[in-house]
Design a protein around this ligand. Sequence first.
Ligand code: TNX
Length: 512
Amino acid sequence: MKTPYLFSLVMALLFIACQPKEPIQIDHSLEEASLIPKPLELIATHEAFELNANTELRFEDSEALKTQATLLNEHFKNAYGFELKQGVKEGHNATIALQLGLANEHEEAYQLSVSPSKIIVQGASAAGVSRGIQTLKQLVSQQANAEGVSYLALPTGTIKDQPAMDYRGAMLDVARHFFSVEEVKRYIDQLAYYKINKFHMHLTDDQGWRIEIKSWPKLTSIGGSTEVGGESGGFYTQEEFKDLVQYAADRFIEIIPEVDMPGHTNAASVAYPELNGNGKTPELYEGMDVGFSTFDTHNEIVYEFIDQVIGEIAAISPSPYFHLGGDESHSTKKEDFIYFINRVSQLVSKHDKKVIGWDEIAHAEVQAPAVAQFWASNENAALAAKKGHKVLLSPAKKIYLDMQYDSLSKYGLHWAAYVPVKDAYDWDPYTYSDIEESSIFGMEAPLWSETITDSNSLEYLAFPRILAVAELAWMPKGQTNWEDFSKRLGGQSPYFKQQQINYYPSKDIQWE
Ligand code: TNX
């Protein structure tokens, strides 16, 4: 080829390469995105950002942001089969940039701006960046799952967001049925996607003791050997628990450990019969009754035992809280219960932790400010608030995830109520109980596991109701709206399907 021709060809190619690309098409705007929880502020600009294999993932030079970038890339890989080039330096292509330094006092606050050439997720801290990334993942999911679309186009605009409640929790009972480390991690990932930030693990009950205590090894070798229905049970070694704590912490979820006492302690007393004080060695229990077991509240061995148990758990649990249970101690005399909770709460303080307990602890005289978890008794909740404690809202009639949806539900119980999806959402946490708003610590959705055995049955009860709790705790007081929520909830089904989440397909929701 002669030089002039070659020159023209090169010029022509350069010309084509330098032409602005046709803006890509997108059929919905940011306002229509099915985001849960609904963000505080959202402004749509009606253009699109094209996400493809050339998009670069950049982060400010910080270990915490590197972790967030890596997690986002893992998500892209698992969900869509591609990974972005990631690093600290700004590249030449369109980028997703993770940044700190958002001027906002709330550490979980974030701003997500999407323009045609750049996405910026800026947080008030790495926790804020992590929350913003979840919003971004939800935007991507909706486009990725739309039919007939050959590229990932994200609607442009700006979202400014932060939570109303600082404690937005979920609890899993790993005692009635044991859940493996992998199953727990799967649930933690799902919770993180909806911006839940606390994960309470109910580690012990009549049917099983699930956390290794090195100074009392029979707790797990004997007490952990079975579960409801007589299957083989299980437990977490301390190393496994630490691994779970770190896994959750990377997703800015704090794990709160619970050792339930003085009732709900049959498994511990089978392992060490001196703990129950009635001179009998109980049998391993595989049923579903409650209220038949108690520690001997006037035996010093019991307090030595608890001191060591709390000490070992405190050493591997960075949460400032320790949950001492305290519910349904029907076999403990009231004055003994009070004496016991007072003593154990001192042990919790000795190990530099703060007390959380079920609402019955309101009757004790816990010295340091504590948190009473309201599950059944409004009176107990009010009494706790009067005594200067905070109240964590877990009303069974609304947000017990183990309640059946209706009489046909495959799993669950219904002693408190049937809880259809609408009932889990359409109530006002700020006025539901008799306590002042200033006493509200946050919200938590417990999932008791008498009737569930694995991720499949767990998900049937948790999804979609956990999303209702995630939104109620995140959105400002008085702003929640069932019609609006149920539409956005319907938009989650492509994601549920893609993640193979075995959700309950409530007929009250128009699933996409
Ligand atoms: C009550 S709620 C319990 C649990 C059961 C649950 C079943 C609470 C503090 N105690 O022991 O598993 O009901 O829904």
